[in-house]
Write a protein that binds this ligand. Structure first.
Ligand code: TPP
Ligand code: MG
Length: 574
């Protein structure tokens, strides 16, 4: 077939083109790649699938995941075999733990050269074992469409996650044309691919628990966001008068200005934490509805935060997550459908008790918000002194759109964004909290922007994390991807240093960096950099950055002694 051929009329094509056509059928618009495998990448480009060329494979997978998080479609990342493939591992690991689908297409050595130490040959099946839901090689050209579809279906169905499809070189460089398997016509590139509802008898049982409870609350995790269940949880909250707290990954599932939103809870309810004053409310709860929530260490403050005596109801698409840490009434199903069914059941049974207690619950939440405001007064009103990130974000908040996309790197950036920026209206929050790896921030911001060219992206990253991915500034320049990246230039591996200090009273010698000027790094890539080293500089720098049509790096020279509200750090937090 030729460049201009109508892809739907094609009856036969090269194997590389058959792969490209299968991607297109599954809704793929971009591949995150670096040329390899060239035949497939070129075939993609021939039919209008654009390559987003990353500088480093890790970054490509982070971009891809953020694209998935913003579109609920399945992104494709491509890489060469061997060393390039090994660099996909970090990103796929994050996607696996965060339950987001990514299809990785990895070049494989030719079938006749397997196990001969071909150039850059490594056992990909073993390599990806711990970080993917499914890893297979296309065995023969006749099965190309079947295997591409399997990769999408498995990534998108059940608990979403990454899949890896290996493309043997001899198959994808074959220049002959073969028939396209026309029996495959579906698009499986969306998630959740199938929606299931939990058993209705159990939903009724859950409704009884929630309507009769003294002090219930919902604890929403990232599964609510990935299921697209925002309307359903917001309706349940409002119509049934049940307060909602979120994990970090669940931030954005409810509006944080709603009077029944408790905010993000977990390991950061220490000094000046946004939900600090709601700790007693969490701990007094008698019924807790967990939704799409892994009940992981940070979300439960090392499993100490949630009360042991409470009754738990757990909605999750993955039965294995239910009862992992808290024995629960098991509602196995998609969050969107199950929350909607739960609301219906509750309204049918009546929510009188909830309506009666609503005012006092709202008062309690309101009071905690006022106490938090008081906690922040000194930092928010300071006119001089070293820059605290909370103060910087106070100014960022004033400039965020109602549909802004807000991205954080791991480390304290996630804690800062979760606590000091508000999830209101349609704002979308992106965090790499599947595994919390450093360096995800900027590439995730880029993936989010590619998915939403009309929305603004603000990205907060640490200087340590940013050091992993500086190179992608060139990608921003080359492809015209526009994000605002604020680098917390505290000159330290902050979280690491603070945690070591809190636990051992000392820290190791990598925790302090020598000075890095991020405006010069930006300038070297043709990107605008703005240095902010006084509180006074903040508003003008943000105005300029937020109005720019190009990527801007804000180099925020912040206080190296800026302890986050993480409970275990309270001892060193003045
Ligand atoms: C890939 C990776 N390596 C190491 C860590 C361990 N780690 C967690 S936080 C942190 C320090 C981060 O420093 P920086 O990015 O400068 O952010 P800061 O805490 O200073 O804001 C380290 C090393 C990690 N989470 N991920
Ligand atoms: Mg740092």
């Amino acid at each position: 077939m030729t460049d201009s051929a109508e892809t739907t009329d094609v009856k036969q094509a090269t194997n590389a083109m058959r792969i490209a056509l299968s991607l297109k059928r599954n809704g793929v618009r971009y591949i995150f790649g670096q040329s390899n495998p060239p035949t497939v990448t070129l075939a993609c480009s021939d039919i209008g699938i654009e390559q987003i060329g990353y500088r480093q494979e890790n970054s490509g997978t982070y971009m891809a995941q953020a694209y998935a998080m913003c579109t609920n479609t399945i992104p494709v990342v491509t890489a060469q075999h061997g060393p390039a493939a090994t660099l996909l591992v970090a990103g796929l690991a994050e996607s696996l733990k965060a339950s987001y689908p990514v299809v990785a297409l990895v070049e494989e050595v030719s079938r006749e050269e397997e196990e001969k130490n071909a150039f850059q040959e490594i056992d990909h099946l073993e390599l990806f074992k711990g970080v993917a839901k499914w890893i297979k090689k296309i065995p023969i050209q006749e099965r190309i469409e079947d295997y591409v579809d399997m990769a999408f279906k498995i990534a998108a169905s059940g608990r979403p996650g990454p899949t890896v499809l290996l493309l043997p070189k001899d198959i994808i460089t074959d220049t002959k044309e073969y028939p396209i398997n026309e029996t495959r016509s579906q698009n499986s590139g969306v998630f959740p691919l199938d929606r299931t509802t939990a058993d209705s008898a159990k939903i009724d049982e859950a409704a009884d628990l929630l309507r009769e409870a003294k002090q219930p609350f919902i604890y929403a995790g990232g599964g609510v966001v990935s299921s697209g269940a925002l309307n359903e949880i917001r309706e349940l909250q409002e119509e049934c008068s049940i307060p909602v707290a979120t994990t970090t990954m669940g931030k954005g599932s409810v509006d944080e200005e709603h009077p029944l939103t408790m905010g993000p809870i977990g390991y950061y309810m220490g000094k000046r934490g946004v939900s600090k004053h709601l700790k007693p409310m969490v701990q007094e709860a008698d019924v807790i509805l967990l939704v799409g929530n892994r009940t992981n260490q940070n979300g439960t403050d090392s499993w100490t935060l949630l009360p042991k005596e409470a009754k738990y109801i757990h909605i999750d698409i993955d039965p294995v997550e239910i009862g992992r840490n808290y024995e629960s009434l098991r509602l196995v199903g998609d969050a969107k459908l199950t929350l909607a069914a739960l609301k219906e059941s509750l309204l049918k049974k009546g929510v009188q008790k909830r309506t009666e207690t609503r005012e006092s619950v709202e008062k309690r939440i309101q009071l905690s918000r006022e106490m938090h405001k008081e906690d922040m007064k000194e930092i928010y009103s300071a006119e001089s002194g070293k820059i605290k990130v909370e103060r910087f974000l106070y100014e960022v908040e004033k400039r965020l759109d109602d549909d802004h996309i807000v991205v954080a790197d791991a480390s304290i950036s996630s804690v800062w964004n979760a606590n000091y920026l508000k999830a209101i209206k349609d704002r979308k929050f992106i965090f790499p909290r599947g595994l919390a790896g450093l360096g995800w921030g900027l590439p995730m911001g880029m993936g989010a922007k590619i998915a939403n060219p009309d929305k603004k992206v603000f990205c907060l990253v640490g200087d340590g994390g940013f050091g992993h991915v500086w190179s992608e500034l060139e990608t921003c320049k080359r492809l015209g991807i526009q994000v605002v990246v604020a680098v917390i230039n505290n000159g330290i591996l902050g979280y690491q240093k603070y945690a070591e200090t809190a636990m051992f009273g000392r820290y190791t010698n990598i925790c302090d960096f020598s000075f890095v000027d991020h405006t010069q790094i930006a300038a070297g890539c043709g990107i605008k950099g703005i240095k902010v080293d006084t509180i006074e500089d903040i508003p003008a720098a943000l105005d300029e950055a937020f109005q720019s049509n190009e990527t801007v790096v804000i180099d925020l020279l912040s206080d190296p002694n800026n302890i986050p509200p993480v409970g275990v750090m309270d001892a060193i937090n003045n």
